[in-house]
Design a protein. Structure first.
Length: 303
């Protein structure tokens, strides 16, 4: 009879019994972004993604956000594990709120970061306000995993020129990401159109509205309308006079709209004043411009 030998290996990593409870004693590292495992079982949330564990984790995060603002740096899910970051004392903080026999401890990894989430939120708000005051419309967000603030920009030249002219520097915790660059030179021939307002945003929208507009593109009193709204165009669109017919070309030189033709266009209505719109566009509209306005989203299509 073949005997089967079953080996049970019990690995004790920095765990001692104190007062009848199990407390986790792993010293945090001196450098940031180092993975600290609460235990080394390798258990993932996919192994036991129970409602009770998720609920306990969400409750813990809510408590940390409210009670540990000075050190809590954020959380996320990575490879089925719950990751929680602190600026210091991560293990002590978790042990303060999670009981020693809680199953949740099997699913938590810790990180040590330089900046708390509260600090990054404050930096994000300050940077967002500064950029808006400079009419630099961009996306500012807290990147929890990278422990920084991200600023998404759609025109690096315009962005940095404006920043330099205002003598403004961003904090070291901020990373600028260039997500779109407009054409610096038009690679095709344009026949100029006179007597027509063609309002365009200074910077391409970092996120576009997707409501569908449909109707005939008409020229009325010097303004291009679709339906009863005046279009505010994105950069990289160009008016072209094609033997007396006014066309709109995209950055590839393709005709995407034509006066007198029905077009469909993604976008959305502007709910701001003409004064605010004039701050957003390259050339201001006259103060008696009637509106209302529609901000272009993606390429129009001729129907």
């Amino acid at each position: 009879m073949v005997k089967k030998v079953i080996l049970y290996a019990f690995l004790f990593l920095g765990i001692i019994l104190i007062g009848g409870g199990i407390w986790l004693l792993i010293a945090p590292p001196s450098n940031s972004n180092t993975n600290l495992k609460v235990n080394n079982s390798g258990t993932t949330t996919s192994d036991a993604s129970t409602t009770s564990i998720r609920t306990e984790f969400e409750r813990l995060v809510n408590t940390l956000e409210n009670n540990e603002k000075d050190t809590y740096a954020g959380c996320w899910v990575d490879g089925g594990r719950y990751v929680i970051a602190f600026t210091r004392d991560g293990l002590e903080t978790v042990n303060k709120y999670v009981t020693a026999n809680s199953t949740l401890l099997n699913y938590i990894d810790l990180r040590t970061f330089k900046y708390s989430y509260q600090t990054l939120q404050q930096i994000r708000n300050n940077v967002d306000g500064t950029l808006k005051n400079l009419d630099l419309f961009s996306s500012c967000s807290v990147n929890i995993k990278e422990n920084r603030v991200d600023v998404d920009v759609t025109d690096s030249e315009f962005f940095y020129n404006t920043m330099n002219q205002a003598n403004v520097q961003l904090p070291e915790e901020v990373k600028v990401n260039i997500v779109y660059e407009p054409l610096r030179e038009i690679p095709f021939t344009i026949n100029p159109v006179t007597g027509v307002y063609f309002p365009q945003l200074k910077m391409h929208s970092w996120i576009v509205m997707n409501a569908l507009g449909y109707g005939k593109l008409v020229l009325k009193n010097g303004y291009l309308y679709i339906g009863d709204v005046i279009i505010i165009w994105q950069p990289d669109y160009f008016l072209n006079n094609n033997n007396g017919t006014i066309e709109v070309l995209n950055r590839d030189g393709k005709v995407v709209a034509r006066v007198g033709a029905n077009i469909s266009m993604g976008g959305g209505g502007f709910s701001v004043s003409l004064e605010d719109i004039n701050r957003m566009i390259k050339q201001p509209l006259p103060l008696d411009c009637p509106g209302p306005f529609w901000q272009q989203g993606g390429d129009p299509q001729i129907k």
